[in-house]
Design a binder for this molecule. Sequence first.
Ligand code: SAH
Length: 406
Amino acid sequence: MTDIAIERVSFQLTPAAEKEVKKGHPWVFDKGIVKQNKEAQAGAFAVIYDKERKFVGLGLYDPDSPIRIRMLHRGKPVTIDSDWLKEKLSTSISARRKIFADERTTGFRLVNGENDGLPGIIADYYDKTLVIKFDSAIWLPYLDLLKGIFDELLKPECIILRLSRSIDVKKISPNIGDGAVLKGSAPKGAVIFRENGILFEAEPIHGQKTGFFLDQRDNRSKVEKYAKNRDVLNVFSYTGGFSIYAARGGASSVISLDLSEPALKAAKRNFELNKDDILIAECRHSTICMDAFEALGELARQKKRFGMVIVDPPSFARKQSDVQSAVSAYQKLTRLALGVLDDAGILVSASCSARVPSDMFFDAVLKAAAKAGRPLQVMQKTGHAADHPVGFPEGEYLKCMFSFVK
Ligand code: SAH
């Protein structure tokens, strides 16, 4: 992008921050910066030098985020230009082509941000619709360039831009907003794609994340494997991802429970889309639109019991100071879920709070169960689906545990 770079700023870092960069961490925080030669706008090239003025690495600058620099390169100097970007994107895309070689899965993540060496860029593909999501404003100056490269590499019918809530677009680019259609026409309603042969709706413009939770794909397959003849309760179901896999796995009944009425309507439509599958068609599916904590208490009072309970809540820790209350919420949910789980039942507990490390989460669930007098036997601890590689500690946000009552 030196062919189009907007500006260059030089930085010197604290010894600790410099060490992290040299080790390969993709972020430099505001507190890791010692010197900066000038102010600049989001997306400026941040060139990091050591005390001897030797080149350490290069990233993109974000004046409004505590993650002040997101690294693109470290080590020997290289030219970062549109060819460099094209090479990175095509490497990332061809890795996914190897994972999803057939038409059974047409919705997957093409670019997983920092973990694919492209910090702050998420790109998800739903059939022929590409959704690009920026976690930071650093990529806005390069939007046309990125769009052009994606277009050349994939030839999507439609390209949609999603922006993280933390980006103040008006300050940077008043013509571009969250949900902007960059190519083609806005999809009328949802986009249909396939995941392991199951049809799903994705809501790329108005839905959460890029329209669907692709990261749970492999965990959903495990649910399918264990669901046979069970009554399944899917708590925080969103559009019924886990529910439909459970149905295809032979569950006798599935309840999708969520606070969002539109999400539950989509879950019903997703069942409808797959009615050619006899197991999905025969499974009794119903929905409960209610707060999960309240609903679990209510179901327990009604003496309802399930052979499998899936608990996949939204992130509970948006900042570091939320971690303790997040852990308490996971423990409360575990207690409540165990209150409706059969003796031979399977509990699936997931967390997408990046600030709660895996061990802390698994420990919290196991301790809560032991304290409730229903200790759990761990079957498996898992993470993201294969198209969501993890390249640094903060990138490992999703953890999931399959367990049963001992
Ligand atoms: N399991 C889903 C993703 C869950 S996302 C999947 O595989 O696709 C989290 C969901 O929790 C969202 O759908 C949101 O509407 C719902 N939610 C958030 N707070 C809730 C609450 N207090 N009670 C019930 N649902 C809630």
